[in-house]
Structure formats: C-alpha cells, structure tokens
Design a protein around this ligand. Sequence first.
Ligand SMILES: [Mg+2]
Length: 252
Amino acid sequence: MKKNLIFDFDSTIVKSETLDILAAISLNKDPQKEKKINSITLLTNQAMEGKISFPEALDKRLKLLNITKKDIKKTVQLLIDDLSESIKVNLNFFKNNKDSIYVVSGGFKEIIIPVTKILGIPNENVFGNSFIYNKNVVIGIDKNNLISMENGKSKLIESLKLNGIIVMIGDGYTDYEVKLNSIADYFIAYIENIKRDNVCALGDDIAKNISDVKKYIKKYNIWILSHFYIVACNNSKLTDKFKGCQIKIIKD
Ligand SMILES: [Mg+2]
C-alpha cells in the first residue's frame, strides 16, 4: 500500500524557523531589532505549542517586519546551508521516494522550493504560503491559499485526495493537528532540531532523525491494516480513501 510522507519544513527539513531568519535579516538595521525578534520568537513558539492560532501568529509576525525581495533571497541562501544533519546524509531517501513525499509548511513556498529542490522533491509536491508584494516589499500573504487558514495543513492535505496511508512528520502542534483532524493516519513527532514536550506526548512515535522515520514507517503497514479491518465497514470516509488499493489481511 502506498505510504504518503508529509514533511513539515521549519525545524524539520531545516534546522531553523524561516521567519526567525527573515526577521533577523529584515530587521538588521532596525533600532528596535532585538525587541522585535524576541516578540517574533515568542509568537512562533506560542503557535507551535498550540497556544495561539497559526494565522494569528503569522499576521502579527509579518506586521512586525518589513520584508523585501532582497531579504528573501538572503534567507534562501542561509536555509540551503541549514538542512537538518540527518537529511543531508539521506538525500537518496528523498530522491528515491520523491513521488510519495510532500512538504506542507506554514512557511513560504517561494523560500521553501529552492531548498526542497536539493532533495529532489517535485515542486508540485511542495505547499506553503504565498507572499503578496507592493513593489519589492511583502505586505501580506494570499488568504485564499488553504494553508493560510485555521487548520490550514489539514485543509491542504485533504484537498490532495491522497490514496493510502498518510504519515505526518513534524515538530509542531500544527503537524499533530493533521492527525487530530483525521487527515493523517500517523503523526511522527520530529525532534532532531527541537523537542517540544507537549507535541512529543501526541506522537505515535518520536523520531530523532530520518533513520528513525524510515524504521517507524515500515511497521505502519501492519498497524493500518488491522485498524482498517476493524473500522472500515462502518466508516465510509475511510472506505473511500482506500478504494482501489489492494488489501492483504495479515494474520498474527
Ligand atoms: Mg516545524
């Protein structure tokens, strides 16, 4: 059965949070730089821990900044050198499974794509927010993009109508929400770069690196089949999802 692996981007594929880097660059000459960066980091953490909604956090953070196209270019360069260590040594895993791997991020598509290109992930499998500009300055994000909405990751992934098992891999509460909303079958809390205890408590597994992810997804075959066997008869949403898949019943 096909396994769709949906990766988060910030603090998962790369070590940092994109918006923190964008903030440091765009506020470089701002006299209130330190104060604004602290506010942005606080908002990021509150959103990652599920204390405020992602759209609210993003709006507040963008208002504190004055991001230019030049800042975006610099951020991309820094992020290309900021791949998580275990991802750097597992580039073949991403290249060999590129058709089953998606990146769904509350970050910005324009910044993510040059990085995911290195992993060989097709651009059409990469989803993120889109900037709106006034000349060279970012004045907001496209609010029609599903990812910008409350529960955006779930809405976006649901819209892909993927067949097979869906595994969400990420470090934040918004990643867990995809399983909470019954869009992902499994959630792997990814702690290579940051460990959030409240998110770890919600993971089916906790991965320290990509080797752990590879190990965990192997066992999901068996688990999902027994799960399917029990609930499929009474759950039309699940039955639809597996339509056309070959089901083998594995006995203990
Ligand atoms: Mg993240």
